[in-house]
Design a protein. Sequence first.
Lengths: 688, 143
Amino acid sequence: VSGPVDLREFVAGFLIEAEEHLRVARANLLTADEAARRGEASPRAVRVLFRSLHTMKGLAAMIGVEPIVDIAHGMEAVLRAADRGSGELSTAAVEQLLAGTAAIEQRVRALADGKPVPSAPPRLLVALADLDAESMSSRPPPRGALSLAPELDAKLTPSDREQIRVGLARGERALRADFTPSPARAEQGLTITTVRERVSAIAEIVKIVPLSLPQSPAAPGGLTFVLLLLTTASDEAIAAATATTPHELSPLAPRVESATEATAGAGAEAPVAAALASNEASSEDLADDPRVQGGVVRVSVERLDDAMEKLSALIVTRFRLGRAVTALAAEGADVRALRQIADEHARQIRDLRAAILKLRMVSMRELLEPLPLVLRGLRAATGKRVRLEIDAGKAELDKAVAERILPAIVHLVRNAVDHGIEPAEARRGAGKPEEGLVTITCFERSNTQLELSVADDGAGIDREAVARRAGRPLPRTDAGLLDLLALPGLSTRVEATKTSGRGLGVHIAKRITEELGGELLLRTTPGAGATFTLRVPLTVTIVDAFAFECGAQTFVVPVAMVEEIIDVDPARVVSPPAQRSGGRHVSLIERRGEVVPLVGLSSLFALPEGAAARPKAIVVRRNGEPFAFGVDRMLGQQEIVVRPLEDPLVKAAASPGVTDLGDGKPTLVLDLFALSSAIGRRRAEVTA
Amino acid sequence: VNALYVLFKVAGADYAVAAADVVQMESFTGATPVPGAPPYVAGLVQIRGRVVPVVDVRARFGLPAGEHSLDSRVVVVKQGERVVSLLVDSAREVLSLDPASFRPPPELVVEQAAGFVKAVAQSGGRLIMLIDCERVINEERRQ
């Protein structure tokens, strides 16, 4: 059955998957890099990397994007060689693999933008091929072996052995546990899949080897699974997870490797390739990845926004329902039952809204994944010795907030390395470890706020120097110091960024946090370092809005409310007699054969009447009725973060919230629907 | 045991608010007017990323409007969950006073000041009126 295939759909699918694989690849390359810097191997990371690239290669081949196939192929070869060795990657290899990942990413982006995909960089392909050849020639067989039955031992690849060796060196225990499936156990929910999930929560699974047995009542399938594990959990816990008893577990005590094993190791290349190709093996390593374990779906933000939009429509309908019920009650109908249902309905909509908001949350751990890469670059650029520790815990943040604060975090980390961490000699002189430390920690401070800190153990910030540069009095507090650091004037001075300033970074970080309705804090101790803390709301409402000017004041209105923006020709505005309009003058204009009431916003808000050269009107439509608001000047369209106005003093119906357009001052977000119906109501009152 | 009070001036008179209620003080560079808000609300300001309504104390106390100057200050106060700021002519001093030196104001004054003045103290030949913050920032139910 062959029909026309929609390639675009494939490409869209590829883009989503490629993004995920690139993310996985980068994360594992960093793990491998960390391990390489400690002189350790990282067999696990190598395998995950291999699989990600292998999959990406296959997908790219399917849609015919040869450059990606070529690069992935070159990287794959290096990784296969590393896996056949002991899972060790040199820093040079990591360097090239990162370059390869970046090259693939570039091409994925070109594909996404519908641009021509550049061919694979030949230099990179050569460098990858050289690495591959190098590793083939000079890889010593790994040392250290295990006490295992020969048939199992033969199934272990050198990288399995290396993984076990590394685990033992970390102080973990290597254990063998057997799980024999049976119909009775399956009925209790015990299958190799569930056992794998349970075990991976408390142990690292090196390998799962299926072994055939003579059929018996204990093994009705004639099959058992041998799980080789690394763990710090107790025997009891492992036994419980594998549905066995503690004395059935056996340790894989290391023993001296003999000559025969070395040959067994060398001959174990085929099983690696087989294991990599089989699903069994790939699910084994992915089993402890929460994204896979929990059954995670990746959804584009547009779809979530679309769901939210549909829900907004539902909320509007809900208001109408409420009004209809009130109207019925006013006519004397018994609406008790109806009201109960309407209330229940309102509650359910609220719950649904909360559930959709929750879908938009991303884990901070995931958000911060690019940071080690940033640090790696900074290390190379500055030549400073510094490491990064991230403790993101389980904190989550709305996607929109997350995307906005990431640049602020990057700026602060960059500042910490550029200006905070001293060169090694200076640190030695100050009695500090030569390697500097930058720490990122974050946690949910409350149900509504996230706190994230970027701390360094560097020289701290010199108040006097900053005050001198800024030409201001010496700040008495860290808050005052932060205000000076955030002055855009200070940051643009070149000499300031070199000595005392913190570049534009602080200014930008402060802007970003404050636009989100959060705050930036600073704590610094001379000689001991500086900590910048961001407090941001967990969720924000972001809408597309028009900014406009009226009576010398700037306002914004959500684009979604606006039907049209029209020019107003003052000569064609008709003013009906206005004896009882209560100060507000409603005029009439004609628009495409329709009569539209027009109210000047400045007269409505009692603002000084501006002399607009070319007045405009914003047309909204409520319940089928058009309404035009006269304004002086349109300023443009932009995305804004809406912060609700909650204080009773300013909780005006016309303005549910404010935004910061970047000038550090609140700008009112107008609800023109509410305004138009308020005017309608007032008119009704007047006539009544 | 003495407590700290933030002193401010409105139309030449000295007022005080407990320093414990004051979050911070900032110079006043204008507020964003909010249509529909009570007439004594000067508008909104953004202070350290937080959007705070500004109560114009002159307007609140029924005093004639004054010119805003370089001395004008907003005193940001916290009342429970709410954070509101007070626009005053100037605010320069923090004074340590014995809370016992504050006496209830004469009955006539209570009536005239619409309850905005909670107590009166004498210090260094000045009369200092302790304001009832809660009352100042809450709109009374007008029927």
